[in-house]
Design a protein around this ligand. Structure first.
Ligand SMILES: [Zn+2]
Ligand SMILES: [Zn+2]
Length: 370
């Protein structure tokens, strides 16, 4: 009888996760099996859970093993895998961070070294958890790291609590600020102080931002943003309209605006005001609005006459993950990286974790599957 392990199975919006057991896969050549230590409930998990993101339209079959923001330990190595993606020896038992998506390596995007645009990079979610290797997401005891993965060994300086948010939220904002071309002394404006937003404060700071301005309206989130290096807070409860918020950001930047404005809210209603906060020649970095079909209204002339640009970003290059981990290691005493994971739940309590995170007073709920 093959060894089995537990996972939380997603049956569609409005339905509770179900705990099921599946056979533990043996990795094929070039693959690896991870024993998951912590798996966070990310903002994008809430989108499909609430039904805002339609998996049927995305070609994702149910039931599905979801969860993408996680960290773990090598449980089994497929043949040929002897090092991590930085060339360091890799062995069973090593703690690792890894990309949760798998660019194919042979398509037009991959061959241009733009692997974040590989059309099949999320192939792990184009098959149901009923199909081998079953463990295709983070909400389970194991995660199957397909061939063409990117994996980096963690030193003890980075704890599981610190690393849990690295492979999605942290590296996503790191890649965004890198690709936006943030330069020393520039102003970064952050819409939304959830997990992405608080990470963005510190990453912007470390990349040389002269000023970091954060917009949110929840005390716990704003307090954490401060600890992560935010200089100015625009409190939604005080500045209640888009016009008032644009006015406030404009005043805080001597009439210039943010050189990089990051949309990390996930609602198209904030796009117009975000663009209005963007400086001439500045970049509006669109990361949060992943709900397909949701539309924003804005005035394109504002982009043209200010020589502004909108930069969309989903996923990142492997080098971004390496750089993000190194940034975290170097700044481990400067920021409370472990504080982003604010609450932990056993796998069996995953439904409660989603409810709590949905209420917004939990920065990141983390599932502890093992
Ligand atoms: Zn995520
Ligand atoms: Zn590809």
């Amino acid at each position: 009888m093959a060894e089995t392990a537990r996972m939380a199975v997603f049956h569609g919006a409005g339905k509770p996760f179900e705990i099921r057991e599946y056979p533990v896969p043996d990795p094929e050549p070039g693959a690896a099996l991870i024993k998951v230590a912590l798996a966070n409930v990310c903002g994008s998990d809430l989108h499909y859970w609430r039904g805002e993101l339609d998996y049927a339209k995305m070609g994702r079959p149910l039931p599905l093993n979801t969860g993408h923001e996680h960290v773990g330990r090598v449980a089994k190595l497929g043949s040929g895998v002897t090092t991590d993606s930085a060339g360091r020896p890799l062995a069973v038992g090593d703690r690792v961070a890894y990309r949760y998506f798998f660019p194919c390596g042979r398509c037009r995007a991959c061959l241009q070294q733009r692997t974040k645009s590989c059309p099949v990079r999320q192939a792990n979610w184009l098959v149901s958890c009923e199909v081998w290797p079953h463990f295709q997401g983070g909400f389970g005891q194991y995660f199957y790291l397909r061939p063409n993965h990117a994996v980096f060994k963690l030193t003890d300086e980075i704890t599981d609590e610190m690393a849990a948010g690295v492979n999605c939220a942290f590296t996503q904002v790191y890649a965004g600020l890198d690709l936006a071309g943030l330069r020393a002394g520039q102003t970064v404006v952050i819409q939304g102080a959830g997990g992405l937003g608080v990470y963005a404060c510190a990453v912007a700071r470390e990349m040389g931002a002269g000023s970091v301005i954060v917009i949110d309206g929840v005390d716990e989130r704003l307090a954490l943003a401060r600890q992560f290096g935010a200089d100015e807070i625009v409190d939604l409860r005080e500045h209640r309209t888009p016009e008032a918020r644009v006015k406030r950001v404009t005043a805080l930047t001597d009439g210039w605006g943010g050189d990089v404005v990051m949309e990390l809210v996930g609602n198209p209603s904030v796009v117009d005001e975000g663009l209005r906060m963007t400086a001439p020649e500045g970049t509006y970095l669109e990361i949060g609005n992943i709900n397909i079909g949701w539309k924003a209204e804005f005035d394109p002339a504002w982009i043209i006459f200010g020589n502004r640009r909108i930069l969309g970003l989903a996923h990142y290059e492997a080098e971004h993950l390496r750089g993000a981990l190194d940034l975290m290691r170097r700044t481990r005493t400067r920021y409370p990286w472990d504080r982003v994971v604010s609450h932990k739940f056993p796998l069996e309590a995953i439904n409660d974790a989603f409810v709590q995170q949905d209420k917004g007073h939990v920065t990141r709920a983390a599932i502890v599957p093992n």
